[in-house]
Ligand binder design. Structure first.
Ligand code: HEC
Length: 252
């Protein structure tokens, strides 16, 4: 009993001397996310009617922060129905209208309140007013790598050494293409329940990408833990293998 009381007393004393960092962090407002550039730029004219709109920030945007309430496009008073895509590798949000824009008309793309993984919400709403032309742009077709390509470029050499065999770490087996498909696509993380390792069509919501980019919300170590790859985890990311994985997920 005395020993237990001493232990409890010791623990509370230790807390007084070394307070946890949480109250300190709770009192701090994280610096806001900042908008770096937009395409089109404010005031642009002759914008192609089938183009996409891109907002680029100084840090990756959290996918949960992006909805029709925070990023939207209007023509006059009409909402222009669009798909929203977050890119963790470009730190951007793209709006892709479902149908071509009306030619020779003023449009307004707006962003408000989006936040990052550590960055707080944008300090100010921002609007890009632009005018469409009457031409279209020829878009490059998106590259959609297959899982066997991703497997031989990355998983076989960088992951399977640990993630294979009877008891792979975190129960994730990346030993063969089939095992990687079964272990990743629509599978819940064992260490962070509620997160999905690969969300088809959405690399920004895929916990696998968060682990590879070492985003602040991950549990455990960044992957791979030996730190020899990727060397670039920043915005405007140049790592071809990270892009390969993101493009594979987006194409699923
Ligand atoms: C040196 C051994 C090692 C290597 C190499 C390695 N991992 Fe891991 N991985 C682990 C361990 C240990 C864990 C569990 C602890 C953790 O998450 O930090 C883990 C966890 C994970 C998780 C989390 C699974 C979950 O359910 O939460 C993912 C995703 C992952 N690894 C993917 C990869 C990928 C992709 C690669 C290759 C790019 C890789 N790992 C390379 C050891 C490794």
């Amino acid at each position: 009993m005395t020993v237990l009381l001493l232990l409890l007393w010791g623990a509370s004393l230790a807390r007084c001397i070394w307070p946890t960092s949480e109250p300190y962090l709770a009192n701090q407002d994280p610096p806001p996310l900042e908008l770096v550039s937009t395409v089109p730029e404010p005031g642009d004219e002759g914008v192609e009617t089938n183009g996409v709109l891109v907002f680029t920030f100084d840090a990756p945007v959290h996918p949960d922060a992006v909805s029709r309430e925070t990023v939207w496009l209007t023509a006059g008073t009409q909402d222009v129905a669009s798909a929203r895509r977050v890119s963790l590798l470009d730190c951007s949000v793209t709006l892709r209208p479902h149908t071509p824009l009306i030619p020779l008309l003023s449009h307004r793309a707006e962003v408000e309140g989006v936040y990052g993984f550590t960055a707080g919400p944008l300090a100010e709403p921002f609007a890009v007013v632009f005018t469409t032309g009457d031409s279209t742009v020829v878009e490059p077709s998106p590259s959609t790598p297959s899982l066997p390509e991703v497997f031989s470029a990355v998983f076989a050499s960088r992951c399977a050494g640990c993630h294979s065999g009877a008891l792979p770490p975190a129960g994730l087996n990346l030993g063969t293409v089939e095992e990687a498909a079964a272990g990743l696509i629509n599978r819940e993380s064992t260490l962070r329940p509620g997160s999905t390792l690969v969300v088809p069509g959405r690399h920004a919501s895929s916990y696998l990408m968060w682990k590879l980019l070492d985003l602040p919300s991950v549990f455990g170590d960044p992957m791979p833990p030996n730190g020899d790859w990727p060397t670039d985890r920043g915005c405007a990311n140049t790592d071809a293998d990270l892009r390969l994985i993101a493009d594979w997920i987006d194409g699923l």
